[in-house]
Design a protein around this ligand. Sequence first.
Ligand SMILES: [Zn+2]
Length: 251
Amino acid sequence: MILDDQRSTDPDCALGFIRPEWPAPPNVKAVVTTRQGGCSIAPYDSLNLAMHVGDLQHRVLANRQKLRQSLDLQREPPWLNQMHGVATIRADEKGERLADAAYTDRQKLPCVVLVADCLPIFLCDRQGMRVAVLHAGWRGLAEGIIAATVGRFLPDDDLIAWLGPAIGPCHYEVGAEVKDAFRSEVGSFIPTARTDKWMFDLYGVARKLLAESGVRAVFGGNFCTYCERERFFSYRRDGDTGRIAALIWLD
Ligand SMILES: [Zn+2]
């Protein structure tokens, strides 16, 4: 049973991490958690990392501790208070930390966002000097969270991006409120049989907005959190549910 023991102590296996496939420099580390490997019970089962969703605090803290140990992080990831807005902060900024994006040029300081359907986007420069992660729902995308986060890098930085697990166009039905917010992106709205309802392609809009911000090397973007019940929490699918985390740091 040596094999089983090895499997159960392999942190990646136990926690089911997703590691982006993108041409980031080797010192850039990035991970997206899944819902697997934690201690929370339904409807937060099991690796819920968010305090604000109704889960028991001691379970969330235990999950966060397990995450930190698995990634061998020297300090607790500096969690944000996400607002579905466009505020970006340095990852080690003090205070209320009301923001939807974090960036850093310091080593071993994770930038982290929590998501369950919204789109997490990793950014780094090809030299491996600066990294960022942002949390993008439709509102943040419409208001400019991508441009705001890209603006934290240096003008000459050659950036690459990776799109993490979000709700896919197969399941993201939206109304006129969302469509009206993206007047120039009509190609990302697929008509449905219902009047004033469209299937919305978050990934497509994100790619377009990244390109407009000068980021054309974009990877990932082939998930649907709603479809993949085993791996992901989905707010649209389940309502009361947990959150996964997307973390990036310089090693
Ligand atoms: Zn889907």
